[in-house]
Design a protein around this ligand. Sequence first.
Ligand SMILES: CC1=C(/C=C/C(C)=C/C=C/C(C)=C/C=O)C(C)(C)CCC1
Ligand SMILES: [Fe+2]
Length: 347
Amino acid sequence: MDTWSRETTVGRLTMTLPLVVIALAIPFGVVIDDLPQAVRFAPFVVSVGLFGLPHGAVDHLMPLRLGNVPLKRSLAVVGVVYAILGGLYLAVWALSPAVALLAFLGMTWFHWGQGDAFALRAFGGGDHIRTRSDRWASLVVRGGLPMLVPLLGQPEGYQRVVNGIIELFDPASTTALSPLFRVDTRLALGIGFGVFTLSSLLWTARHVWKADTSAGGLAWDAVEIGLLWLFFWLVPPVFAVGLYFAVWHSVRHIGRLAIVDPAARQALDSGEWPTALGRFYRDAAPLTVASLALFAGLYVWVPTDGSLNALLAIYLVGIAVLTLPHVAVVTWMDQVQYEKSRITDRQ
Ligand SMILES: CC1=C(/C=C/C(C)=C/C=C/C(C)=C/C=O)C(C)(C)CCC1
Ligand SMILES: [Fe+2]
């Protein structure tokens, strides 16, 4: 696997930048409840063009760049995967929104976890994450931070978003998920996840104790985890999850895309990050626009009251439908890229 240290341009852009933004947002986020709703929704609005939505809009080029598949086949294969998985999932939303919502939370947990576990390894000096079990432990912790911690610290805001999405399709179904927000459920989940977070750090720390690796990557991992716990606990969920999506998950995935684009990699290695970003946007523009057309279609199909809450709910359903096939593509990327890294691990 190609790796970059945190001192390189790629390392700074993918690891340090998200960390600094999230750290600075904690004090701001704590007082944001008193600010207008538009401010709390701003990160999600920004994510339409800045990193968020575009980060998945280059999936159609992955078989070409990572598997040496010809362009036409690459487009066709990814197009079919998107049409089948996205179409089926859209049907689940219409038939049983509570099930679809739970699946969305679980899928995002997995996907944001897999993204961060990869970034730690490739850009974060995380050579304490080397075996399959290390990777799974890291995935569960990293995905649980944005999906579970807001539920523990800010259940009302969380429930408002969840209900808003379900109500688009069937207002009566919201009660199906109410046990999730009970205090005893949250307490059990919180204790479980707290214990898991600490155990996973201890588990991966064994590589450092055995002196297989330096402590730098582990320390960085632990600092990020601590900061994200604080961030998601304290900051209102719509703002927190939106900001994380735009400047953390998506930025790290875009860095990962540069690994498989030799021209972007070269530009980044010589510090020319605007060139690399330009290439990314050129690749991502057509399908970002197509995604917006899909969202517009959803808006026409599903009746809403036109409020900001309803628009966010539509946007999230649209993202959900696109995320299932996106996860399929990224899981395939994991397989190919980790397979390559196993060869280097043995050396
Ligand atoms: C906004 C929001 C939520 C869900 C957001 C999700 C699930 C976003 C998924 C985005 C994806 C998968 C992007 C692609 O990578 C919660 C947690 C229900 C609670 C409160 C606010
Ligand atoms: Fe993603």
